[in-house]
Design a protein around this ligand. Structure first.
Ligand SMILES: *Cc1c(COP(=O)(O)O)cnc(C)c1O
Length: 399
């Protein structure tokens, strides 16, 4: 008998049970919460899914075509083409432009590895450039210098992919000018910037073409994988539309070598619903960012810098925190989740280190930033009470 009693100490000790019940319950505010986006539009999304399922047509049908039309019209480009994910959107653009082996493509190391993997998927050589440490986007001066003085041994530079990281525009003007003059394509990686603007123009409308990820946590997120690319070049759009489905123009006849990268009808139907909430969601993200800015005022961590002429959409709200691990732990104690985007730059990851060419700056600012960046919770469904709790946590870092 004593054996059983000692095996169940908590149940047999009424005081211990009471102590447990009186402990304060801190619910964790996650750094990202894609389920909240579904719950916010559940009835409409469920109806859209039911409609797509009942249609009996699951790949490249009416929902996909309608989403492409609605996205192009929201963005302001002639064409938008759905595909399987954001990585494929970049690779399809490169393929559509005829970029492959024996050519190089410049991008940044401070990005999701997807940007670099898309370049290698088509057989091209990535050239990794450094960032401006205040906005984390490609340093245009380094790009201009490699266009004028290509690193020896590098295959000819055919395209550049600036990444509008965290939801803010890269310093595009000088890059657009230099790439136009040199006859190089400029492909915008818009995976984190749906709706952001530069001098009043939407990002994704300024380069040769643009690639958007529709991964669940992105500002426009599917409930599964998805991607969409956009361009004003009709001929390029027609080529890519064929390439995404085996190079078919006519069914079963490949006009050119293609791949399979399609957006399915269920995701397209979901995305049509979610697109209607995108602008309001971005507005809410900006309001949350302003609240964080105010809570940080006077403290040791400066709010993220906004580039002049840009409207940020805060895919992420990112601080530079030299004592990052300690700060993450202090916030976690208060139930506040944080993230790191990204902990190891691409050029220092095992698959790439010592293998991919770097620009003359050697990605030094990129390596520094990776040690210090920290992302706060950021999604439109954060409640005012949650935002207030996060602000209290931020103010507690001042002491
Ligand atoms: C998410 C992301 C991608 C890749 O998108 P997937 O849909 O996951 O393939 C590419 N570039 C950047 C900057 C991203 O954040």
């Amino acid at each position: 008998m004593t054996g059983i009693a000692s095996a169940l100490p908590i149940i047999c000790d009424p005081e211990a049970k009471e102590r447990k019940m009186n402990a304060p319950v801190i619910t964790m505010i996650p750094q990202a919460d894609p389920g909240a986006g579904y719950r916010a539009q559940k009835a409409e999304i469920d109806a859209a899914v039911a409609r797509a399922l009942a249609s009996g047509w699951y790949i490249l049908g009416k929902e996909g075509a309608a989403f492409e039309e609605e996205y192009a019209s929201w963005l302001g480009t002639r064409r938008a083409i759905g595909c399987a994910n954001g990585t494929d959107a970049l690779a399809l653009i490169l393929r559509g432009l005829g970029i492959g082996p024996g050519m190089s493509v410049a991008t940044v190391s401070h990005t999701a590895v997807a940007t670099v993997s898309a370049i290698e998927m088509v057989g091209a050589t990535p050239l990794l450039l450094d960032i401006d440490p205040d906005t984390y986007t490609m340093d245009p001066d380094e790009l201009l210098s490699v266009i004028d003085h290509p690193p020896p041994g590098l295959p000819p530079l055919r395209a550049v992919i600036p990444v509008h990281i965290y939801g803010q525009a890269s310093d595009l003007e000088p890059m657009l000018e230099a790439t136009r003059a040199a006859g190089i394509a400029l492909i915008e990686d818009c995976a984190q910037c749906h709706g952001a603007t530069l001098n009043g123009a939407k990002l994704g409308t300024l380069g040769t073409a643009s690639a958007f990820s529709l991964y669940p946590t992105k500002n426009l997120g599917a409930l599964g994988d998805g991607g969409v690319l956009a361009t004003n070049d009709e001929a390029l759009a027609d080529r890519i539309a064929a390439i995404r489905q085996y190079g078919w123009k006519e069914r079963y006849i490949s006009d050119m070598v293609g791949v399979n990268s399609r957006l399915d009808e269920v995701q397209a139907a979901i995305l049509r619903v979610k697109l209607t909430a995108l602008d309001a969601g971005n507005e809410r993200r900006r309001a949350i960012a302003s609240a964080y800015d105010a809570a940080l005022t006077g403290g040791p961590y400066a709010p993220p810098q906004r580039r002049a002429g840009t409207e940020h959409v805060f895919h992420q709200y990112v601080l530079r925190v030299p004592d990052r691990a300690a700060v993450q732990a202090r916030l976690k104690e208060q139930g506040i989740g944080t993230g790191i985007h990204y902990p190891v730059p691409v050029h220092l990851q095992p698959a790439y280190q010592g293998r991919v060419p770097l620009g003359p700056a050697g990605c030094a600012e990129t390596a520094d930033a990776a040690q210090e960046v920290m992302s706060l919770p950021m999604y439109p469904e954060l409640t005012d009470a949650q935002v207030e709790r996060i602000c209290v946590g931020l103010r507690s870092l001042q002491g």
